[in-house]
Design a protein. Sequence first.
Length: 185
Amino acid sequence: MKTYLKKDFPVSEIRRFLEPGPIVLLSSRWKEEQDVMTMGWHTVLEFSPSLIGCMITSSNHSFDLIRKSKECVINIPTVDLLETTVKIGNCSGTEVDKFAEFGLTAQTATKVKAPLIKECFANLECRLKDSKLVSSYNFFIFEVVKAHAPKTPKYPRTFHYTGDGVFMLSGEHVSKRKFFKSEYL
């Protein structure tokens, strides 16, 4: 096994090792106003019911739309939307209609009022399940109430943020199923 010579590392930079999953586009709607934001701070909390935790900073325009509506859609883009996703994350929904500005197609969801993004690989319709951590940590716990995804590709090319404007693209998938004894594989 390989070992590593380690040195002190800035605590504020550890996200490059732990960023939990692919960057997503979070869409929201409250009354007649809709928005989309770029988000990387999310994590699966439970399988059934399907719960996802998301940290959304209170200075983000989407924060209020989601807090008021108690719902959103987590849209999963693929690498072809990387540049668009970065641009979405670098502007405010208070100043820009991001759907129009970036040529995104808003589609009607089945269970929530927030729009699906047609150009994304998958769409997860979510309702707020628990808001206890919102006031202290801006942490929302959502239940996925409906999911939309194509059958192929089984493993889409997504991208993950590592900080400093650098992204990691998903790549080779390696199966180790023979070592697992899980009903979820």
